[in-house]
Design a protein around this ligand. Sequence first.
Ligand code: URA
Length: 227
Amino acid sequence: MRIDKYLTQLKYTTRSQVKSFLKMHLVRDENAKITDPKSKINPYHIYIDDQKVFYKDEINLMIYKPKGYVCATIDNVYPSILTLLKQPYHRFDFKIAGRLDVDTTGLLILSTNGQFIHELTHPNKHVHKTYVATLDQVTKDIEKLLDGVMIKDDKQNIYKAKALYLNVEKQDVTITIDQGKYHQVKRMFKAVGCNVLQLKRIKIGNLTLNTLQKGEYKEIRREEIYD
Ligand code: URA
């Protein structure tokens, strides 16, 4: 990789400012100072003003989404979930795997690798996602979710949404699905006469929130998600 691409990719400077950045800061590898913007570098061995630069080709994070954040990079009303990322992760461009509604809490996966996000969210992958929904009431029809209910997606197309697992503990219902359509869980419960008061995602594939607190995040390996 070239040093100019590296410095701009990690948001240290802009393309047009690379030259002056290299003049104003001591940018070096293990051996020598780097002054030419076109210099080829090893991204894992760069120091800026004697601080080692944190770099990884791919970073995957799990984050505990609190209420009030959106799963988009920009929004007019609410802050993006990405604003919770502090250094050194704030220098990387993360993509968000799937969407949780602004009032939904729980487990989300972020990755710098768009291809990985694509795979993870692809319907053919059938990645299991488990939610705990607090309902206003539990109707006897709730068991119908295991057979599947016909609901609408974001384009008003009707599809069959099915629970793979359902456990009712008074008004707290744990549900596992392997689809991931717009407002799917809320719409599934609505279809059997229940309103969701609170929704929290607790598991994606094999990955659980574990000891993570709201707003916290940590690095994960891809293998921690898949069976
Ligand atoms: N289903 C929903 O209805 N909302 C979410 O945030 C996630 C799944």
